[in-house]
Design a protein around this ligand. Structure first.
Ligand code: SDX
Length: 388
């Protein structure tokens, strides 16, 4: 190569990560989980069934599904000591800061009794994480508004239970709207896994050292937090609110093209999809269903989002760069309609992505893996002596 050093391209290991879990074709807008298209899973499956599929590789039989659902139910409570952990945080701490802390803290409760080379221990860890993330996410919300934590209920479905822990109080337990529960389940499902994205690669790299799965998932949560990744759903809502009115859209489009000011339209573009993101299409459909059910078709933010999508996807600058709405573009509008505050959006993404993270961790640990060691191309000073 050019510059100070030549390097042997062969040395630059291009070994991609091998996995059987998810397949993405960015140009064709295809996303398969263990071979099943995301559109079909979103329509015919549900979140916990998709968790089972990601973890075990096949759709469960009716009996296997019932056993799995019951197993998850029996792990939804967290150790009482964890609730004391929250008290160290200010009430206005960012929810992702708290999630990094409390999920990492789960290590302290299970680390000593966990042998990651025992398949059963790995599966139990997966069950614990899938089961406890909604409980912790709801605790983060309750802590921020000064309400008491709500215990999970075993008579509710996974998504109903989450909304119960989020919005009910000991004074009154309202029935959870089936429409909102279905939308919540769909949001979790659409976030469940996405191949070697930044946070999943972080979990795999951390896991390759033999670290315990709870600490590895905490490292995935940290990576997901960034606005270029999972933090985008929060950033989309902030951007739509900043745009404020359809008449301001052109100004934002112009800013996004201005090379001097590296503003990026949140919710647009993707590392892999250079065409549409299949999840965004399903998310848009869900958005229309939820807002119609709630009588919110005229939601001003939805109007701005739809106008922004129309303008951007007809604009040569965006089309040439393959910039289309991604999974984060419409999810925030649904979450806001459900009543979830913007700063909690990335926590929802982390909760939905947990089965993907843990399935990739499990796939690696159960294979003949080696510690991760990304290659480097050294472009610094050649050897030189310390001044005499
Ligand atoms: C997720 O990897 C995954 O799978 C992630 C994810 C998952 O499920 O795990 O799908 C979830 O993270 C979705 C992405 C959420 N992020 C955002 O919505 C933030 C806004 N998007 C951008 O930051 C950006 O599009 C990225 C980070 C998503 C992709 O970044 P890239 O790969 O560096 O973008 P690119 O190289 O494809 O950009 C090509 C061009 C560049 O311009 P040129 O240098 O060619 O002139 O497009 C421009 C970029 O400047 N560009 C944008 C833009 N995204 C890229 N310009 C304006 N607005 C944008 N959003």
């Amino acid at each position: 190569g050019k510059g100070l050093f030549t390097y042997d391209p062969g040395f630059m290991s291009t070994a991609a990560t091998e996995s059987k879990i998810t397949y993405i074709d960015g140009a064709a807008g295809v996303l398969l989980h263990r071979g099943y298209p995301i559109e079909q899973l979103a329509e015919k499956s549900d979140y916990l069934e998709t968790c089972y599929l990601l973890l075990h590789g096949e759709l469960p039989s009716a009996e296997e599904k019932e056993t799995f659902v019951n197993t998850i139910k029996n792990h939804t409570m967290v150790h009482e000591q964890l609730s004391h952990f929250f008290n160290g945080f200010r009430r206005d701490a960012h929810p992702m800061a708290i999630m990094c802390g409390v999920v990492g803290a789960l290590s302290a409760f299970y680390h000593d009794s966990l042998d990651i080379h025992d398949e059963h221990h790995r599966v139990v860890s997966a069950h614990r994480l899938i089961a406890k993330m909604p409980t912790l996410a709801a605790m983060v919300y309750k802590y921020s508004i000064g309400q008491p934590f709500m215990f999970p209920r075993n008579d509710l479905s996974y998504a109903e239970n989450f909304l119960h822990m989020m919005f009910n109080t000991p004074c009154e337990e309202k029935k959870i709207s089936p429409v909102l529960a279905k939308a919540m389940d769909r949001i979790f499902l659409l976030h469940a896994d996405h191949e070697q994205n930044a946070s999943t690669s972080t979990v795999r790299l951390a896991g390759s050292t033999g670290a315990n799965p709870f600490a590895c998932i905490a490292s995935g949560i940290a990576a997901l937090w960034g606005p270029a990744h999972g933090g985008a759903n929060e950033a989309v809502l902030n951007m739509l609110e900043e745009i404020g009115d359809e008449s301001n859209i052109d100004k934002f489009i112009a800013k996004a093209k201005d090379k001097e000011d590296p503003f990026r339209l949140m919710g647009f573009g993707h590392r892999v999809y250079k065409n549409f993101d299949p999840r965004a299409k399903v998310m848009k459909q869900t958005c229309d269903e939820v807002l119609a059910e709630l009588g919110m078709e005229d939601d001003p933010l939805l109007k701005i989002a739809m106008k922004l999508e129309k303008i951007a996807t007809e604009d040569e600058y965006f089309v040439k760069r393959g910039l289309y709405p991604n999974v984060d573009f419409y999810s925030g509008i649904i979450l806001k309609a459900i009543g979830i505050p913007t700063e909690l959006f990335t926590v929802i993404f982390a909760t939905g992505r947990t089965p993907g993270w843990i399935a990739h961790w499990n796939e690696m640990i159960s294979s003949d893996y080696r510690i991760g060691r990304p290659r480097q191309l050294y472009t610094g000073h050649p050897k030189r002596d310390y001044p005499a």
